[in-house]
Design a protein. Structure first.
Length: 147
C-alpha cells in the first residue's frame, strides 16, 4: 500500500502532454460496480446503485485511460483504481493524467488517496511513485475467480 506525500504530488498541469489539446480529461460520477460485474450473482444489490467519481482520458473521442475512487473509503482516505485499457496505449502518460486529475479533484475536497497494488504490478508501482506516493505497508492480497 502506498500513501500520497502531498508535498511530492505533481498536479495534472505537470503531466499535461504537448498534444493535450487533442485529449479530453473529464471527471464524472461512475458506478462502483461495473456493468460486467453487475451480472454476477455474487454482487450485493446494495452496491449496484452506488456511484463514485472517476477521471477519464479520451484520445480521438475514445476512452484510453480511467482512474476512479473504487468505493472503499474510511474517514478522509479512499482507494483508487487506474487502468489504461489497450496495451498499445500504455506508456503514453494517459494513466498519469487520469490519476493526477482525480487526485487533484479529491484533494480539493479534503480527501487523501491510498494506492494499493500487487507486488508483481510494476507499472502500477511506477505510476504511484511518479505521482508522489510512497510505500508504507505490505500485506497479502488474494484474488478470486468467480465462474
Amino acid at each position: 500500500m502506498y500513501e500520497l506525500e502531498t508535498g511530492r504530488f505533481r498536479t495534472l498541469q505537470d503531466f499535461l502532454r504537448a498534444d493535450a489539446a487533442e485529449l479530453e480529461i473529464d471527471i464524472a460520477q461512475y458506478p462502483i460496480v461495473t456493468e460486467d460485474e453487475s451480472t454476477s450473482s455474487h454482487t450485493d444489490p446494495y452496491f449496484l446503485e452506488k456511484k463514485t467519481f472517476g477521471a477519464s482520458v479520451k484520445a480521438g473521442g475514445v476512452t484510453v485511460s480511467f482512474c476512479r475512487n473504487n468505493g472503499f473509503s474510511v474517514g478522509n482516505e479512499y482507494f483508487i483504481d487506474a487502468d489504461t485499457y489497450e496495451t498499445a496505449e500504455r506508456n503514453k502518460g494517459y494513466g498519469t493524467q487520469a490519476a493526477a486529475a482525480l487526485i487533484g479533484y479529491y484533494l480539493e475536497l479534503g480527501m487523501v488517496p491510498l494506492w494499493e497494488t500487487t507486488q508483481d504490478n510494476l507499472a502500477s508501482q511506477r505510476l504511484a511513485l511518479k505521482l508522489g506516493f510512497l510505500p508504507v505497508e505490505q500485506y497479502p492480497v488474494f484474488t478470486f475467480e468467480l465462474y
